[in-house]
Design a binder for this molecule. Structure first.
Ligand SMILES: Nc1nc2c(c(=O)[nH]1)N[C@H]1C(S)=C(S)[C@@H](COP(=O)(O)OP(=O)(O)OC[C@H]3O[C@@H](n4cnc5c(=O)[nH]c(N)nc54)[C@H](O)[C@@H]3O)O[C@H]1N2
Ligand SMILES: Nc1nc2c(c(=O)[nH]1)N[C@H]1C(S)=C(S)[C@@H](COP(=O)(O)OP(=O)(O)OC[C@H]3O[C@@H](n4cnc5c(=O)[nH]c(N)nc54)[C@H](O)[C@@H]3O)O[C@H]1N2
Ligand code: SF4
Ligand SMILES: [Mo]
Length: 731
């Protein structure tokens, strides 16, 4: 990036500085600020439009960004982007505030005080990269390549962190996935041989358990759910201990006892199998293990399940008959985040098995197979280091971890114990484990173990706050990204790309440039010897006119068959069929059919703490966004009125919430939208970082209280196993 470009962007940015001034005092900031900016500017340059893709959560909805005088003024949905059905959610609209956040990181910062003390020194990029590279070399020499850990969140540049780790020689790469969805992926992969895309739009009957599509937005599922309910008369049954927006719009909602979804699903299987409500030909030809399943689910009667999960037996039996009648255009919605219990893989296996019974694979209204979009991988030959550790630091602790994602919690334990080896360096890009991994104190201990931690972020997250070196990252509106293939259920399989809408602000740099800069300093430059446009050219090599179409429409569709992809094909499982009974599990000594064990009883005078989404919040990364803050200014503890009365807590009282690992204070929200044995709060508040002025000292940090169990099969986090006491704070 040239100096003149930097100056240009800053001058134009400060022209609109009313934007920041208004932002600092709250109010409807961006628009107000811009109006002032317009009034002040003698000449208004013509408005420019650019295609882009939102990065406020993983969905990557297509958008059109408007800019004036080099300032982004408005984000609109791209109507041609079928995956998000022409939608840009509230968080997507608030993306502007992420770019112009007054707290945004502006230049490289080196820690000069104790970790977490907040004392920083501004240094130049050259100094920063020289230092980081030499520290990484030191770690590699002293602890071997695997002595360095790399963590990257989801976006179009995270692949460069993985690439760097590989050429540096470390197997230790973690992503958000082991705090999110690996148990769900495991369960569906081990049933159908791949992870499905639910065809919500064409479904006639959906059971949604442990998912909240009208708040936890996944595109196109969230929009398609509304459409199918309105236009196809699709019935929606929701199981959630909270009365969510999805619950509110459902035909039926059951406040299920947390941790008992498996028994509900097994009881559905009991009825469907017992009454032979399935398509016998499908079961015979496409599935493996119906006899074993039939024998296994005999014990799980609706009456037994009702006792366990609190949903009436009659309702369970009726729902089983109804969904079987609607099959194959019916589904147990597979869900996404399954970081909840220690047996989450088996819980989700029960979901997958019922889908197998419904025969909904590869059919309209059911679960769809992945479609290739035709993007080419960009190959490279990573060097091999003989003098290295043998495996990941978290290897061999659970039977079926995904090797590329690992387990963040098992990695953290291994680092703390120096077992099986020492890890002393950490590079973190666009993920905030201090805010999203349970047991924040343990993550701090992990930080303290490290010789050197580099964080590349757009904001001073809590992870950045404890780092040695903080590098300011470009936002999605300022950088060029590689292309990415996306599948949107039956809506589309498409390719997107991102180009800068504005010049980068301050001294921010893209992840690619950071990794390239480090690689060049470590004699690994040959692996980053390309530009993003060159990289994209290789990716798009097999797609004629793709670049042209992307420039015209902001999205490229590669037409492909949606249904019937599996005709004449075998499933990627041991039996080559849909595995109701899992053969590999049997070989490995894992229950081949999910065996229900009741969840640990909530101790007297305690509550189970659960997490969940809000449509206006993205995990730990939006609590400091001024626009979103106007709608969700803080987090509260949802507490049922009966429980509140017993504890003498009134709505709005400040309460102390304590688990075995932490205590936090926040206001109680007394509401019958939650079960009496469960409490809930939003994530992302009460940051340790003072450089998140709206999130710091505001509400409570749930990461400080959550204890951090894991799923026994994948090492995924189990975020719903913490019990807390709640007491009214005496003034
Ligand atoms: N607005 C918004 N949308 C998002 C995100 C975001 O941060 N904000 N994040 C994205 C990401 S990364 C993900 S993974 C998805 C997550 O999407 P979901 O998995 O759908 O969402 P969550 O809200 O995390 O959890 C689902 C629900 O499970 C309920 N629950 C808790 N315990 C139990 C239980 O034992 N049984 C049942 N049946 N329900 C239970 C919770 O109350 C919660 O409402 O959302 C994505 N979309
Ligand atoms: N308590 C709690 N824990 C959770 C969850 C929860 O809801 N509550 N959800 C779980 C789930 S499903 C998931 S997916 C994970 C997600 O956990 P994380 O991967 O930690 O995701 P975020 O909390 O969104 O944090 C993203 C980080 O990226 C930074 N960032 C945003 N945009 C950019 C950018 O353009 N460039 C760079 N370099 N940085 C950027 C943000 O400032 C923030 O620090 O958390 C899991 N853990
Ligand atoms: S769902 Fe909202 S935040 Fe997520 S990518 Fe789409 S518009 Fe952005
Ligand atoms: Mo997630």
């Amino acid at each position: 990036m040239s100096d003149s470009k930097q100056k240009y962007s800053r001058r134009d940015f400060f022209k609109a500085s009313g934007l920041i001034a208004a932002g600092a005092v709250g109010g409807p900031t961006v628009l107000g600020g811009l109006r002032k900016a317009e009034a002040a500017a003698p000449e208004v340059a013509p408005m420019e439009s650019h295609f882009s893709a939102c990065d406020m959560c993983f969905n990557k909805c297509g958008l059109i960004a408007r800019s004036e005088n080099g300032v982004v003024t408005k984000l609109d949905p791209n109507p041609k982007f079928l995956k998000s059905r022409g939608m840009l959610c509230a968080r997507g609209n608030a993306g502007i505030n992420q770019v112009y956040d007054p707290d945004r990181l502006k230049y490289p910062l080196l820690r000069v005080g104790e970790r977490g003390e907040g004392k920083w020194k501004r240094i130049s990029w050259d100094e920063a990269l020289d230092l980081a590279a030499s520290k990484m070399e030191e770690v590699r020499k002293k602890y071997l390549p695997c002595g360095h850990l790399f963590s990257a969140g989801t976006d179009l540049q995270s692949q460069f962190v993985g690439r760097f780790a590989e050429v540096y020689g470390s197997f230790n790469v973690t992503s958000h996935e082991s705090l999110c969805l690996v148990s769900n992926n495991r369960a569906f992969l081990d049933t159908f041989g791949e992870v499905p895309h639910p065809d919500v739009l064409n479904s006639k009957y959906i059971i949604m358990a442990g998912a909240n599509r009208f708040e936890a937005l996944v595109t196109p599922d969230s929009m398609d759910l509304m459409t199918t309910m309105r236009e196809n008369g699709c019935k929606l049954v929701t199981l959630d201990p909270r009365y969510t927006k999805t619950a509110a719009l459902s035909d039926e909602w059951y406040p299920i006892k947390p941790g008992t979804d498996m028994v509900f699903m097994l009881a559905l299987a009991h009825v469907i199998v017992g009454e032979k409500l399935y398509d016998a030909q499908w079961i015979e030809e496409k599935t493996y293990g119906i006899e074993q399943l039939a024998e296994h689910v005999k014990q799980y009667t609706p009456e037994f399940a009702a006792e366990e999960c609190g949903i009436p037996a009659k309702a369970i039996a009726r729902i089983a008959r109804e969904i079987a009648a609607a099959a194959p255009a019916a589904m147990i919605y597979p869900g996404r985040r399954s970081s909840d219990y220690e047996d989450s893989t088996q819980i989700r296996r029960a979901f997958a098995i019922v889908n197998g019974l419904l025969g909904n694979w590869d059919r309209p209204g059911g679960l769809l197979a992945a479609r290739a979009v035709g993007l080419k991988g960009v190959q490279y030959d990573a060097p091999w280091y003989d003098d290295n550790h043998y495996d990941r630091v978290d290897a061999d602790k659970v039977p079926m971890m995904f090797e590329h994602e690992g387990s963040f919690l098992l990695t953290r334990d291994a680092v703390l114990a120096d077992d099986p080896y020492e890890v002393r360096g950490w590079l973190v890009y666009k993920t905030n484990p201090m805010g999203t991994a349970p047991n924040r104190k343990k993550t701090i201990e992990m930080m303290n173990k490290m010789d050197f931690v580099t964080v590349v972020d757009i904001a001073m997250s809590d992870t950045a706050w404890y780092a040695d070196l903080v590098l300011p990252s470009q936002s999605y509106l300022e950088r060029a990204d590689p292309c990415s293939g996306l599948q949107g259920s039956s809506a589309c399989a498409c390719v997107i790309k991102r180009d800068p809408v504005i010049d980068p602000l301050y001294e921010s740099r893209a992840c690619f440039d950071v990794m390239k800069g480090l690689a060049e300093r470590m004699d690994l430059g040959e692996f980053f010897d390309f530009t993003i446009p060159e990289y994209r050219e290789k990716q798009l090599a097999g797609l004629p006119k793709a670049e042209e179409v992307l420039d015209r429409d902001g999205v490229y569709y590669n037409p492909s068959k949606v249904y019937g992809i599996y005709e004449g094909k075998v499933y990627k499982t041991l039996s080559k069929k849909v595995e109701l009974y899992n053969q590999r599990y049997e070989q490995m000594g894992i229950d081949p059919l999910p065996v229900y064990t009741p969840p640990t009883k909530v101790p007297a005078n305690q509550f189970r703490l659960v997490i969940g989404r809000n449509a206006l919040v993205t995990q730990s990364s939006t609590a400091n966004n001024e626009l979103l803050h106007e709608f969700v200014p803080t987090n509260t503890l949802w507490l049922n009125p009966q429980a509140a009365q017993k504890l003498n807590i009134a709505d709005g009282d400040v309460v102390q919430v304590s688990s075995s690992v932490g205590t936090q204070e926040l206001k109680a929200e007394v509401t019958d939208k939650i079960r009496t044995d469960t409490v809930y709060m939003l994530t992302g508040f009460n940051t340790l970082s003072t450089r998140q002025h709206l999130a710091h000292n505001n509400g409570a940090s749930i990461a400080d209280i959550l204890e951090g169990d894991i799923d026994a099969i994948t090492g995924n986090a189990a975020l719903h196993t913490t019990f807390v006491t709640v007491t009214r704070k005496v003034a």
